[in-house]
Design a protein around this ligand. Sequence first.
Ligand code: GLA
Length: 386
Amino acid sequence: MIDTAQATRHFVERFGEPPQWVVRAPGRVNLIGEHTDYNDGFVMPLAIDRAVWIALRRRPDRRVVVHSIDFRDEGEFALDELRPSEKRWLEYIKGVAWSLADDGLPLSGWEGIVAGDVPAGAGLSSSAALEVAAARAFASVAAIGWDAKAMAVRCQRAENRWVGMNCGIMDQMISACGRAGHAVLIDCRSLELSPAPLPEDVRVAVLDTGTRRGLVDSQYNARRADCEAACATLGVKALRDATLELLGDHRRELSETVYRRARHVISENERTARAAEAMRRGDFGALGPMLRESHRSLRDDYEVSSPALNAIVDAAVEHPACLGARMTGAGFGGCAVALVRSEAMDDFARRTAVRYREQTGFDAVVHVCRATDGAAVEQALNDAPA
Ligand code: GLA
């Protein structure tokens, strides 16, 4: 696990003195509301205690020099000549610089280290965490006031337009706006946030299947196109505005595939709204069936699950202490999420991993997650403004 002290140590090893700032931006896990964000719908993620950290100091020139601890690599670029390069990890940072500048915000040069403990490619948003951490770094060094929502939107634009991944707003928003001890219902149209407390007696477990899929981007774009096709036929701006009844009325005008894609999104939005209500009532028992239903819908209608994800969800829900489980994130590999009664967590983790190995031959990693606050300046030295 990385913390302020560790990030500081990495900086001192590289630059010989303490950093001016240490910033952190968390990864996330989504409880429910999958593939709804780019349909203007609802999502219910939490920021997790796995994060990207940047320790940095100002530079007198307009260059950014970054040492990646995880990639054992160094990259740099000039703020006045932003051009794409081959170093993918650096493009997330450069893209954020481009997006901030595009909004007319001032930029200053800096140098630092970046280190993280969000597993990459697992569906826990390591790239959104890197973008939001980079935004925090740029904001600190140029004394830009931190408007978390506006920064999340700028980071999403960096990912859409600079990196070229057409994601929705969920990951950047929760990394910027997470709240300790809470999941956050996000209305992805109005960007209104409603935190819902997570009780002490239930834990959020992230179940990493150990599998990764490279085709996510093209499949993701194909799903977005299916949703747009459904909107055109239904005559709505976004699937957020459609009901199952309206979908039923138009069934014969839609291909079977587009019909099922839309049925997932519309029903998932309804489930997410119901889940938020159950959480407000403190009725966690009611969430279990909704998570399972969400998984079935993603598996059968949206077709973004995988054999490994199905196997780990089946293994998890077999355990009596598991309230519910489902795949989480874009899909095709990566992680599932489970809600588990706290007192049986260790037994749950052990038995789920054993069962999953029996079924697939793969080793699962179970992370028990705490919900944390969104991106923050964890330390500012001397006269450095936060
Ligand atoms: C990825 C995207 C998000 C969201 C999820 C699916 O994580 O980055 O915007 O669409 O997939 O819910």
